[in-house]
Ligand binder design. Structure first.
Ligand SMILES: [Zn+2]
Length: 217
C-alpha cells in the first residue's frame, strides 16, 4: 500500500517538474498565474490537476478548447511516480531527489539551453551527502570556479551547467564510472543529434545516462 502512496506522491512531483520547467522556458513565474491551458489560457479545475487520471479522462486534450496536452506531461508524471516507488528499494530518498532535480534541469536545458544555477547547488549536498565537508568544499570551489571562468568566455566549448554536473558526478563516483557515464551520454547525444539543429543540450543526455547506469548497477 505504501508503494501506491509513494507512486501518487511521485506523480505529483513529476507533474510539478513538468509545469515549472515549462514556465521556466516561457520565462513565467512558477507561482502566478495558477495552472491553466497553454492554448486557451482557461484556468484548470481542481480535478484537472490530478496527475495521470486527469490526462487519461480528458484523453490528452483540453476540455475547453480541445488542444492536445503534450504526451510528455503524462510520461513525466509516470516517471516521477515510478522513481518515488524505488525509495522502497533499491534507491534512497536522496537518489530520487537528485533525479528529480536533474530531470527538471534537463527539461529547462532542452527548451532553452540553460537551467537555474540553483539546481547545481541543491544537487551538491544531495549527491555528496555521505562524503562530508572536505568533498563538499571541493565541490563548492568547482561550482564557483566554473561560474567565474565561464562568465569571461564569449564562446565556451561546453555549457557551464554541463561542466558543473560532470564535476559533481566525478567527485561522487570517481573517474572510471564517470568516464563510462559521460561516454554513454555523448553517444546518445550523437545518435539523436540529427533530430535537432544547432547546439546539443547535454543535460538531458547526462541525466538519461545516469539513469541507465544507476538501473544497470
Ligand atoms: Zn484549452
Amino acid at each position: 500500500m505504501s508503494t501506491f502512496f509513494l507512486f501518487c506522491y511521485g506523480c505529483c512531483f513529476g507533474s510539478l517538474i513538468g509545469a515549472t520547467s515549462a514556465r521556466y522556458a516561457r520565462q513565467e513565474s512558477p507561482f502566478y498565474p495558477g495552472s491553466h491551458c497553454d492554448t486557451c489560457q482557461i484556468p484548470l479545475q481542481p480535478w484537472q490537476l490530478v496527475p495521470v487520471l486527469s490526462y487519461l479522462y480528458q484523453r490528452g486534450r483540453c476540455q475547453t478548447c480541445g488542444a492536445a496536452i503534450p504526451r510528455q506531461v503524462l510520461i513525466l508524471e509516470l516517471v516521477g511516480g515510478w522513481l518515488a516507488t524505488t525509495i522502497m528499494g533499491p534507491a534512497t530518498l536522496l537518489t530520487v531527489i537528485w533525479f528529480y532535480l536533474w530531470i527538471y534541469a534537463s527539461l529547462c536545458d532542452k527548451a532553452t539551453q540553460t537551467f537555474p544555477g540553483i539546481i547545481s547547488w541543491l544537487s551538491l549536498p544531495v549527491l555528496l551527502w555521505p562524503f562530508g565537508f572536505p568533498i563538499w568544499g571541493l565541490a563548492s570551489i568547482w561550482l564557483i570556479g566554473v561560474h567565474l571562468l565561464w562568465s569571461h568566455l564569449s564562446q565556451p566549448p561546453i555549457g557551464d551547467g554541463d561542466l558543473e554536473f560532470i564535476g559533481l558526478y566525478g567527485l561522487a563516483f570517481g573517474l572510471p564510472t564517470t568516464a563510462w557515464w559521460l561516454l554513454t551520454a555523448c553517444l546518445l547525444a550523437l545518435l539523436t543529434h540529427r533530430w535537432f539543429s544547432g547546439r546539443i543540450a547535454l543535460i538531458p543526455y547526462l541525466t538519461i545516462s545516469a539513469l541507465v547506469w544507476w538501473l544497470w548497477s
